[in-house]
Ligand binder design. Structure first.
Ligand code: MG
Length: 260
């Protein structure tokens, strides 16, 4: 029957005994497909987010007039405490978000690969597709455009449209759901950050953790100690395209573990 990690490749970072907790036929019947952007739709290995990460530190150092190393310390502290670096800068330093977002997303997206197989895999899914990102709409459009998938998405829920309230907060999901009219029980959420799947799980969405090699947050590093998937992570994959390709889009009981 179903494999533990549909479409996955061996991972040194995760315990090989991890099992999927949701049945594939439940995922097959979903009608709204919601994708995180950074390190989910594109592979972390292209190091695009490393550019964003570096520029966040630069921005803080310039704006606050502090050494880069201290700026990096603040950046990571705010990330852990507030969910995103930007949320911390807005609450603690009363910064306006737009200059920050413009600066950190001024990056070289040529490192993002063209992704025709990912495009085909998303395109075959029945129903609506959305991008839900803690970044800006402009960033999502540039990156999804480089991947070659942008036109497949009905909409983008970005940090501004969520009132600068980031995932993993329930308020961010509430904004996205209301704005796009998402029926939670019929939706599936794909994410590289496990904590961003807790709220969608509670709301009745199917959840898929796209395991990323970019492990910047303590919660991601804790994944190495998982002996089983937590309740809020229904599926796990190292390869989003392979995972999507084997979902039975006809809604009959299928086995996404056998198609790879
Ligand atoms: Mg992400």
């Amino acid at each position: 029957m179903s494999a533990a990690n549909p479409g996955s490749k061996p991972s040194l970072a995760l315990n090989a005994a991890l099992k999927s907790t949701a049945s594939p036929e439940i995922l097959a019947r979903k009608t709204v497909w919601i994708f995180d952007l950074d390190n989910t739709l594109y592979p972390a290995e292209c190091n695009l987010f490393a550019q964003v990460d570096q520029r966040m530190g630069e921005f803080i150092a310039k704006q606050l007039g502090v050494p880069f190393d201290y700026a990096r310390h603040l950046q990571k502290s705010y990330y852990r405490q507030f969910g995103t670096t930007l949320a911390g800068l807005m609450r603690v330093h009363k910064m306006s978000p737009e200059p920050f977002l413009d600066y950190v997303h001024d990056i070289d997206v040529s490192v993002v690969p063209d992704a025709p197989e990912l495009r085909a895999a998303i395109d075959r899914l029945p129903g609506r597709k959305l991008i839900f990102t803690n970044g800006s709409r402009a960033h999502a459009e540039r990156v999804a455009g480089k991947l070659g998938v942008l036109d497949l998405f009905e909409g983008i829920s970005d940090i501004a449209s969520c009132g600068y309230e980031p995932k993993p907060s329930a308020a961010a999901f509430d904004s996205m759901i209301k704005h796009h009219g998402v029926p939670s029980n019929d939706a599936a959420m794909f994410e590289d950050m496990p904590q961003n799947l807790e709220v969608p799980h509670k709301l009745g969405m199917a959840t898929v953790l796209v395991h990323s090699t970019y492990m910047d947050h303590p919660i991601q590093r804790d994944m190495r100690n998982w002996s089983a998937l937590p309740e809020h992570v229904h599926h796990l994959t190292n390869d989003l395209t392979a995972f999507l390709k084997v979902i039975d889009v006809n809604g009959s009981p299928g086995d996404p573990g056998t198609g790879n």
